[in-house]
Design a protein around this ligand. Sequence first.
Ligand code: AHR
Length: 851
Amino acid sequence: MKWKLLLLSALLPLSLTACAELGAGSGADQQATITVQAAQPGPKINRAMWGAFFEDINFGGDGGLYAEMVKNRGFEFPEPMMGWIKIVPSLARGDVSIQTESPYRPAQSHYVRVASRTAAPMGISNEGFRGMGVTAGETYDFSVEVRNVEGTPPVTVQLVGADGTILAADQLSGLTGDWSKVTAILRPNDTDTHARLAIFVDAPGTVDFDFVSLFPRKTWKNRPSGLRADMVQALADMHPGFLRFPGGCIVEGSDLSKRYQWKNTIGPIDDRKVLIDRWNYEFAWRPTPDYYQSFGLGFYEFFQLCEDIGSQPLPVVNAGMACQFNSGELCPVDALGPYIQDALDLIEFANGPATSEWGAKRAAMGHPAPFKPPLRMMGIGNEQWGPQYLERLALFTKAIKERHPEITLVSDAGPSPADDRFAYLWPQLQQFDVDGHRAEIVDQHCYANPIWFLANSNRFDHYDRNGPKVFFGEYAAQSVAICSTKNRNNVECALAEAAYMTGLERNADVVRMASYAPLFSNTEAWQWTPDLIWTDSLHAVPSVNYYVQQLFCRNRGDVVLPTTNTAPVRDLKLSGRVGIGTSNCTAEFKEMRVTQGDRVLVDSASSVNPSVWSGGTSWRNEGGVYQQTNAGGASTSFAGDQFWMDYTFTLKARRTSGSGAIVLNVCDDNTPAMASRAQWILGAPVGGPTVADPSKPEFILQSHFAEQDELLAHTPGSLETNRWYDVKISVHGGRLECYLDGQLVQSAQVPERKVPSLFTSATRDETTGEIILKVVNPGGQAMQAGIGLSGVSHIDSSGQATVLAGNPADEDSFDSPRRVVPTTTTIQNVGPRFDMTFKAYSMTVLRLGTK
Ligand code: AHR
């Protein structure tokens, strides 16, 4: 092995794959030195550092973790027969109807009545959550609330395969003239992922049915009406240190009437009222009209699950704010009392003695002792932003901290890690102080392209050590774009996440917890991709991304060891097209000119590429004046290519109608791997859709990279309509200078984006003494590295290497669930200095015994 120091390579912006091709073409193996300072332990790592975040999205709860197989079991969906069909064969006579008179439960009054007038069987059939999964020979427990109204006709229940074959059948007995629960056991003779449940009245008579239920006998810990064993097992196998629940946006509701209210999720199962799931209608392109929350997986089950798998509970409560992507409805601050009381009562439900009001409710459900681990953290809101959030957070903080100083509060910083909402909130949270109570942990979220995670693994290296701690509570690399239905759970994304996680781990004094999102996704009913574990009615298939999480959870270590690595670093230069555009106004642009030193790249007023402007809609060129004619929405027209850099862009611009902003782009690289640009926005308020104040327009300088905005500068400023402005933007390196009518208005440095070719972090397991070294090689070339372990008196000569590797597009799937999984081998010749080759597209965890 040759030990050679490599110079920082300053390559043009390239995707990971493109970079790999370039590397392969160069023919040379790259090399690096990784040094671990074992004698200088850094911060202690939170035992709950790596966790999981559960939300009922993608049929992750109903139709997922909650093992109930009957959808709309109580006929309480707004369309009471949703999920059901009437089975009234031609020879049958009678009626199947929804009734509400003398119901089984007054508060949930719908039930179904089957009135049959012939001997031909007629009844109802339920489709389950996009098919019921049944396994040959297994036991399924059926139950129903039932009442004979007329006659005592025989009633049968069947499991029917997707092709119509009867897989199991039984006759119900014990029906009376009053509502009563009757049960049956069904043992299918075949396996089917799309079976149905049918109930027939086999002779003349009238029978009422409600709360029809079917559960596999084999649930997690074989609890009756429990959770799906395979899904909990997959979660437990990850070893999450904490579990965040129940959301996500679901906590907020699209308006406050649809917010998550934990008190409605406990107590007798058939008293829990269904609520529309906000993911039912959130995405017009993935509507899921049959998505409702039954709350069979409610807060009791959540705490019980945490207890089962040894995860610390992190409940999230509504902060008096509905989802700000939707209505943004606010509970007035003087009416927040019940919201805060709900939070206090939740603490009592988890931790209080059985003699307390809410502890007694827990005891009545079967858990007299407080849950373990005890509740010690609570999230106040999800992805909230703006001053409205701070006002509400202060009230929650005061009330909770006064009574429960032992509870750590997790606050929000909006939905993105660097945009205007974050830029407003983070400094506010750094200064937050309510009677001496500071913001303790702030939940940061990021969904972005893989390159974002690679270029930001150093995000916390220079973070404020005295400010709030960080919970990186939702993140996932998006192979295409946020909310794209084409996003994949592939190796490229998983390694980008792994690379980023080395940065979180290195900074474990600031970053106290982190979790991927979302967790579960039903392959037949999802709204959001990518997701950590994919399921159908019978199987749970962990993704490659899951294995990354698992490797971190299972190889956490107790203390960070300082680590350096000399692997080459790629510098992502700022480069790309220029753009003229608008947001909610019409405008005109003329004399656009781009110069690079003496070179004229474009000049719309002369013969140098005068008409290269393309893209966008509603553009008209009237004798060299480019008119944007649509006053609603946003549209940009571009000139140039992704390689343009270090240039000056001048033009004249005027808004012609509306109160929106003129938007000018520079360094716009729209290649899928980068999706990067800088924008000067003239005359729009910052603060996000529901809190921005249109009466306070600003000039905003922001960059956009890999799906994430970053606010660079903002200052009050407005445009006069119908006045021509001289605009100049100069770009040199990452420096932007923006002029209006010859005056410098704003300038900023776009933060450097550097992508190391190896990502490393090391920790020590204080129990075993092992050094745990994680190395991520997201590039397409194997990397040879010399590893130096300093500050240890003895190193075992053999160690363990666990490697997760594949090609960038590789995925685990239902057909090939183990295509990319970690494999562990023993390595020899370990010593204070030894060599390792890190495969292309790989993550490696070394466990090295030391004394
Ligand atoms: O994880 C999916 C959603 O993404 C969460 O509900 C929300 O918090 C975020 O916007």
